[in-house]
Ligand binder design. Sequence first.
Ligand code: HEC
Ligand code: HEC
Ligand code: HEC
Length: 90
Amino acid sequence: MKKIAIAVLVLVAFTGSAFAADEISLPAKNGNVNFTHKKHQELLKDCKVCHEKAPGTIEGFGKDAAHKLCKGCHEVKKAGPVKCGECHKK
Ligand code: HEC
Ligand code: HEC
Ligand code: HEC
């Protein structure tokens, strides 16, 4: 009985983390960007804001797409980082 309970717990923990990471480190030569994924999910509530098709890796995600998406929203909302060093941390 106890073993089953542990197995279920482990399964729940793994499914939870496989679904989406709380924080995602987006690699960039000029300093990786620590993206607070979970916080943004809770803040924006709609996955489609960033995942047009389906949740998961974003096709063609890179410098231009990121700056447009991330910085674009921060500028419009007047909240969130817009300066290079606020996102890119060495
Ligand atoms: C503010 C933008 C944004 C929002 C909103 C957002 N995501 Fe993401 N998500 C990203 C980015 C950026 C990545 C990394 C993409 C890459 O590496 O190609 C990502 C990656 C993922 C991944 C794959 C990596 C992982 O952690 O396993 C999953 C799954 C995911 N998102 C699910 C969701 C779901 C479900 C929602 C809605 C509840 C959501 N996302 C909302 C930006 C967002
Ligand atoms: C649709 C709007 C929107 C999008 C898209 C968005 N953000 Fe944000 N972001 C915000 C807002 C609003 C805040 C301010 C949250 C606060 O002050 O509590 C924020 C805050 C942040 C912060 C400051 C740390 C924190 O979590 O408070 C970082 C870093 C950040 N965003 C990175 C990103 C990156 C990287 C992307 C693109 C992958 C992105 N954001 C996309 C709205 C957005
Ligand atoms: C809102 C957060 C944010 C701000 C502000 C921001 N960036 Fe970025 N930048 C990113 C993200 C996210 C990526 C893409 C990382 C990836 O490909 O996963 C990126 C990618 C890059 C890359 C490509 C790095 C590589 O390894 O190819 C360069 C260069 C860059 N940014 C320079 C800048 C400069 C210069 C500024 C200021 C004028 C700036 N960024 C402001 C989030 C930001």
